[in-house]
Design a protein around this ligand. Structure first.
Ligand SMILES: Nc1ncnc2c1ncn2[C@@H]1O[C@H](COP(=O)(O)OP(=O)(O)O)[C@@H](O)[C@H]1O
Ligand SMILES: N[C@@H](CCC(=O)OP(=O)(O)O)C(=O)O
Length: 374
């Protein structure tokens, strides 16, 4: 079944709405648009779909509440603006959704909520409980406390994480543009809209530029990162314009709107999706072409196929597996710490004992602990 057809049948849908859609160019919230968007979401729920809303806009709402023209420079001030704006945003969502008879529940996440397995389970359980109560989880990054290494940094990646977390059928990213163009139309007026991206290749990544306004974060680059995660996790993703009324309905009726990124396979099992998208990556293993083929065929990763190793990690860490052209092939949990693995790479399993005392594993990464990203 093609992706557009599967979107028609999507029951659990994550909708991400960017600042560029929620705010006017003046920085003030676009109440007309928010109202219409929420009415459409409420109606999709009446149709029997579950909706999870990932909403940006806290910083924009905070800035307009405080009468500030631009984001402050210091991190604590940015955090404070986000804290103020998040309340403003939720007040509006509560009001409009209530008018359409819907209940909402605010969930503020950081990377930690997905990195640690028990927190991952708790976040997932809370979101599923909200859905079971017929409520709309309204999610944002916890900007008031998330700094540096616990920060996801942009809501495109956050929405893909959420879609994976709840095993969504579809992720729709609403922005101020109709979809992915061959280049950023702001600087390349001749650029054309692409209707479907079956695979995120280096050429596709090259098309994507940064944010279109001072309000947006990440632009198309972070939306493609989100697509990579969503596609690998079995979630169909669409980028479309949030200013077009009825756009969600049209997408979920299977119309060719925006850019679609078809899901690669059926949902990964929970443990595997946690492994691929929730864990902190601690190193890279570059493997040869034969090894790439073997991994794609479902084999475990053996030391003989590894050409290079980057990073310092312990056994049990999650690492990326890269092809020689730097394409990410897989992620997995290593059986050896980097110090030992450096001695083993390029060698056959029979030689292990002479190289590292007590080397107990045949595989560097067992196939059960490996998720393909291609
Ligand atoms: N290849 C591209 N196709 C479409 N838009 C692009 C492309 N490269 C960069 N962009 C920019 O990405 C912007 C959307 O991202 P962003 O500003 O972060 O908005 P949002 O708040 O919706 O996340 C567009 O307005 C556009 O200027
Ligand atoms: N968490 C931030 C938004 C971060 C973000 O990714 O913004 P956007 O590119 O507008 O989706 C906020 O609420 O202001």
């Amino acid at each position: 079944m093609d992706a557009r057809q599967r979107l028609k049948e999507a029951r659990r849908v994550v909708v991400k709405v960017g600042t560029s859609t929620l705010a006017h160019e003046t920085g003030m919230l676009n109440l007309y648009r928010i109202d219409h968007l929420l009415r459409e979401l409420a109606d999709l729920m009446n149709e029997g779909r579950e909706i999870i809303l990932v909403s940006s806009g806290a910083i924009a709402a905070g800035l307009s509440k405080l009468g500030l023209a631009k984001k402050p420079d210091s991190i604590p001030e940015k955090q404070a603006v986000a804290a103020i704006g998040q309340g403003v945003l939720m007040h509006i969502y509560e009001k409009f959704f209530a008018e359409y008879g819907k209940t909402i529940g605010q969930v503020l996440l950081t990377k930690e909520n997905a990195v640690r397995h028990h927190q991952y389970r708790h976040s997932r359980d809370a979101l599923l409980a909200l859905l079971a109560m017929g409520a709309v989880p309204v999610i944002n990054e916890n900007d008031a406390v998330a700094v540096d290494e616990i920060k996801i940094g942009d809501n495109d990646n956050l929405s893909a994480m959420v879609a994976t977390l709840v095993d969504a059928d579809a992720l729709i990213i609403l922005s101020d543009i109709e979809g992915l163009y061959t280049a950023n139309p702001a600087t390349h007026p001749e650029a054309e809209l692409i209707h479907e991206i079956p695979e995120i290749t280096p050429e596709v990544i090259e098309m994507a530029g940064g944010a279109g306004s001072s309000l947006g974060t990440g632009g198309m680059a972070t939306k493609l990162q989100a697509a990579q995660v969503a596609m690998s996790a079995g979630v169909n993703m669409v980028i479309a314009s949030g200013s077009e009324e009825g756009v969600l309905r049209r997408i979920l009726q299977g119309e060719a709107v925006g850019t679609v990124f078809p899901a690669r396979e059926s949902h990964l099992r929970v443990r595997k999706s946690w492994l691929a998208f929730g864990k902190r990556l601690q190193g890279d293993l570059v493997v040869d072409a034969g090894c790439v083929k073997a991994l794609e065929g479902g084999s475990s990763l053996l030391a003989a196929g590894i050409k290079e190793l980057d990073g310092d990690f312990e056994a049990g860490s999650t690492v990326r597996v890269l092809a020689e052209d730097n394409r990410e092939i897989a992620r997995g949990i290593v059986n050896y710490k980097s110090e030992d693995l450096r001695k083993l790479i390029g060698h056959r399993t029979e030689e292990f004992e002479h190289l590292v005392a007590g080397a107990a594993y045949e595989e560097v990464i067992h196939r059960d602990n490996l998720v393909l990203m291609v």
